[in-house]
Design a protein around this ligand. Structure first.
Ligand SMILES: Nc1ncnc2c1ncn2[C@@H]1O[C@H](COP(=O)(O)OP(=O)(O)O)[C@@H](O)[C@H]1O
Ligand SMILES: [Mg+2]
Length: 499
């Protein structure tokens, strides 16, 4: 039998109050793309950090090509051939591609022209499209990712670890990345590909290891013998969960109307540019786009959390362009922000206080707040939205993402809003949490609410939405009937091709 390129054996890693890895195992054969799958919080990133020298495991062994190793820094791991591309890139924006690639790994005196030529050669060998003399700040997220990968290959990494690399890519860029990875392993290297997107795993990985709750629940299963639903079952540990079924909608009148909206970001640069659209009662409109194309400023501006530069926002025929968030709420708008904790919920406060934040005016009796009614409201939300919570008077910190999101949705939806704006409503939730939240949004729509959903998950939008708008660089560049379009068509629009 061939020696595995990587063996992680019984890895334990504890953080204060959390066991991130509880005896996890992973074996990667040379020349393969190996998927590490698991829901959020399963311990994938921690396990890879133990391999890449970021953490020293509390217990367990790391073996590279059969040799036991104890890495005390990422440099140690790199010297043994392990190169990791983290979720947050670590590039210097003002440096060129070539400078970033050789940074920290170049002779004292550097011939920049020769280095650029070498970088171009390396890029060509792996089928990357990069310009070595471009400064990194000019590059898209997909291009920056290629620079990170080249940086690891420049250091001759034998094992390339990519932590959720496709999260920042368009569907087409993800396909290209798959091709690059196939080429990388064709030379005998290995790739560890972390993901929770099952279709990608099925399309370009050879084997998969599944983590759940810090433990390995399936090792090196052959992807050829698996499919997306068998992998999903392993990830969540329950029989496959039915996707939400969405019937055809019967939309009514426009409930949310956005006209010629422009918004500046915190640096005063245009974030949303001249955007016009409306969402009708009983309709779900999805906003698709690669992260960072103005989606967040758009929803924050609709919710009144970011000032509008020009244009108007109407909720149920009332102009709320300059209104406070509280007044927009009374006009019928509910907002599920991207940041559940912080913007949406206050983690240090108990569930009761969090539940009544929106309704506190109606809970008052004269000058006093009715705690009985506040607790009733909280109990109703916990019950109706199936929030699994220990005590409603204990701080929220410690609740899982799925339960926080149920509480937040419960609070926002219990006021029977006319318009719901939900930003990345299922991000980071496990499969059952995702389904529950999606079902709630569809139910809102069926009850006649206008729903705007921003999501980076195109499959989610294709499943839920009636119409899909695509945002690129702050503009809406395309509008599609969700039932008559395809991933490819929307993906092309996301890349900036005009629809
Ligand atoms: N530096 C840290 N300090 C404390 N807890 C952490 C740290 N890193 C990860 N965790 C916790 O460990 C668990 C596993 O996290 P992680 O490895 O990031 O999972 P995944 O990458 O699969 O989403 C989570 O509960 C997370 O909150
Ligand atoms: Mg992670």
């Amino acid at each position: 039998m061939i020696q595995p390129a990587v063996e992680l054996d019984g890895i334990w890693k504890r953080f204060p109050g959390v066991i991130a890895n509880a005896g996890a195992n992973l074996t990667v054969r040379p020349g393969t793309v190996h998927a590490v799958l698991g829901e959020n919080g399963a311990g994938k990133t921690t396990l890879m950090n133990c391999l890449a020298g970021v953490y020293l495991p509390d217990e367990g062994q790391v073996r590279i090509d059969g040799v036991a190793q104890r890495f005390s820094s990422p440099a140690d791991a790199l010297a043994a051939g392990i190169g990791m591309v983290h979720q947050e890139f670590r590039l210097v924006p003002t440096f060129t591609v070539a400078e970033n690639i050789v940074l920290g790994h170049a002779p004292r005196i550097l011939d920049m022209a020769a280095t650029e030529a070498e970088v171009a050669n390396l890029a060509e060998r792996f089928g990357f499209d990069v310009e070595p003399d471009r400064p990194v700040w000019q590059l898209s997220m997909g291009e920056r990712q290629r620079v990170e990968i080249l940086k690891a290959l420049w250091r001759d990494a034998k094992v390339l670890v990519l932590d959720e690399p496709t999260a920042v890519l368009t569907p087409q860029e993800a396909v290209e990345l798959g091709e690059v990875l196939r080429r990388t392993v064709a030379e005998g290297r290995s790739v560890i590909f972390i993901s929770h997107k099952l279709d990608e795993v099925v399309s370009f990985c050879d084997e998969a290891t599944v983590l759940r709750g810090g433990k390995t629940v399936a090792s090196s299963i052959s992807v050829a013998d698996a499919n997306a639903s068998s992998l999903a079952e392993l990830m969540v540990g329950e029989a496959s969960i039915e996707p939400v079924s969405v019937s055809v909608s019967m939309p009514g009148d426009p409930a949310l109307v956005v006209k010629n909206l422009s918004v500046l970001d915190s640096r005063g640069l245009p974030a949303v540019q001249d955007v016009t659209f409306s969402v009708r009662s009983g309709e779900i409109v999805g906003i698709a786009g690669v992260a960072g194309n103005g989606q967040r400023s758009l929803t924050d501006a609709i919710a009144g959390l970011q000032p509008v530069k020009s244009g108007t926002i109407e909720v149920m025929q009332a102009d709320v362009t300059q209104a406070s968030p509280q007044r927009r709420f009374r006009a019928g708008l509910a907002y599920i922000p991207e940041d559940r904790v912080g913007v949406g919920l206050a983690p240090k406060l108990p569930a009761t206080e969090n539940a009544m934040m929106r309704e506190y005016r109606s809970l008052r009796r004269g000058p006093l707040l009715s705690w009985t009614r506040a607790r009733d409201l909280c109990d109703r939300i916990i019950n109706d939205f199936e929030v699994k919570i220990g005590r409603r008077d204990a701080p929220l910190a410690g609740l899982s993402g799925g339960n926080l999101q149920r509480l937040l949705l419960g609070r926002e939806l219990s006021s029977a809003p006319d318009v719901v704006v939900a930003s990345q409503p299922t991000r980071g939730l496990d499969v059952s949490g995702v389904r529950a939240i999606q079902r709630l949004l569809v139910q809102q729509r069926d009850e006649g609410t206008a729903v705007l959903v921003v999501s980076e998950d195109l499959d989610e939008l294709l499943a839920l939405a009636d119409r899909i708008l695509v945002m690129v660089e702050g503009r809406v560049v395309g509008a599609f009937d969700a039932r008559a379009t395809s991933r490819v068509e929307i993906g092309e629009a996301m890349m900036g091709a005009t629809a």
